[in-house]
Design a protein around this ligand. Sequence first.
Ligand code: SF4
Length: 548
Amino acid sequence: MQQPSGVSPHPRDSGREATARLAGGTSAWLPPDAAPAGGAVPPLTDRLLRSWLRCRRRAWLDRHGPPEARRWSAHRALTLQDQLHSFQSLLPTRPAHGEAAAQAGAEGVVGLRLRGAGPGGLRLEAHPPLLHRVEGPSRWGAHAYQPVLVRQGRHLTREHRLVLALWGRLLAAEQGAPVPHALVLAGAGHHLQRELLKLGGGLQQQLEEVLPRLAQELEVGREPPPLVNDRKKCTLCCWRSLCDREASAEGHLSEVSGIGGKRRDLLLSLGVTSLEQLAAADPQALANALEDHGEQHRNVAADLVAQARVQASGEPRRRAPGDPLPELAAAPGVLLYDIESDPDARDDFLHGLLRLERGEDGWPEAAGAARAPYHPLLALQEHGEERLWQRLSGLLERYPDWPLLHYGETEAISLLRLAERQGATEAERARLRRRLIDVHQRLKRHWLLPVNSYGLKAVATWLGFRWSQRGVDGARCLLWWRQWRQDRHRAGVPPRRAAQPLERIFRYNRDDSLATWAVARWLLEAAEPAPPSAATGSHRRGHEELRP
Ligand code: SF4
């Protein structure tokens, strides 16, 4: 058989077991069935490879971590949903299952588990989500297959390439024919993009180098690799809670709000290795040391030390005098504004407004706010933006003197752009701009808090606020949104059940507004001439009160 430049068949399994000696499970996390001492070493899988390429520690946890600490991820569910839509756009019919389907020459095959041997006899296993039929002889007849991957993001990453290389290698052995290319998809429907990736040469060489390193790090008895340097990567990881706890316990520098991967590297190079050390540093000396790496680093040195000190002490500290929310001094009420979006579709599908009136005794407490009228304005694309704007601007005009409070810049940007697209005049937009108050920005300008992030979740939780639905985030909300869009006109789905996802989205959106109010109220109270410690006392007071 001619050997093209792609991946050529390897023996299905050379029979050589991996020779890595199991070191006897010293980790407290090691589950009893992770890798039995003296037993067969579990194979390296495509999933482990993918995890390892994202974060070395993640692969270790996938194999040895406590299964109960793994969290379900709405983001993964969204990814699988996108993958399904891309596959449905590619194939005219449902894919068939397993070896029999490959034998029969089905256009799409799922459920084929591929096994083979890697460098040094490492046992390998992979489960590509879809194989696509191509022309060319294989052990199944006059047709062969290529693996299909759905790309998330704009570009193919190293992770995509190496996972495809592994699929190609094992598939070549399975079908007894080369796999010169993999098919990469992105988007769905009319927007489906296809790209062929060459699987030969350098990519296979990289795989040969990477697999033994992965195998070595997964050996029983090895300590887990350190937390990833850039902890932004942790946002979507199923091990996040576990790693967050560890980061907090060890005073990892990434716990200091404002320190990302690069800044952490810089601090480590200067011998500052933990939150406590940063808190103890002399700001001026640190600024001087950081100056060599750029003026921007010098300028933030004092802020980083101050933030670390606040986190180490657990006490908030005022960083600028004055009232953070002077616009509220004479306001008859506020509108709390929060948008839910589908970022991939660039669709702001819900504009939620909570109408909070000032009473004779002043601003309502949490319990009063929880009774405030809520206006969820759904923005269905099929209804057009004009209709949304009419409802939204009509509501805003009914309360012309009420400031519009939101957390983060998204709401202001989206609303002003919407107004512009809908023909609002410059004067109208300027008025709108004056009404918009970013509570997040005011908080950061006036206060340092003992939190590792100034995101709404972290800040409001520190204040004692609790969301009424546990574990919900933007990705979960987006899942509900897609589910509702799918089910609302589907025959056989009872109306009550079809409406449930939307009710959950409204609840989540309303809670976000209440959480924003919890922060705003704390700022109002803290603006009064009470010492910060008293303010701390007030935030600790009555967690129950803050429940929506
Ligand atoms: S949470 Fe972060 S450090 Fe932990 S395994 Fe995941 S990516 Fe790695």
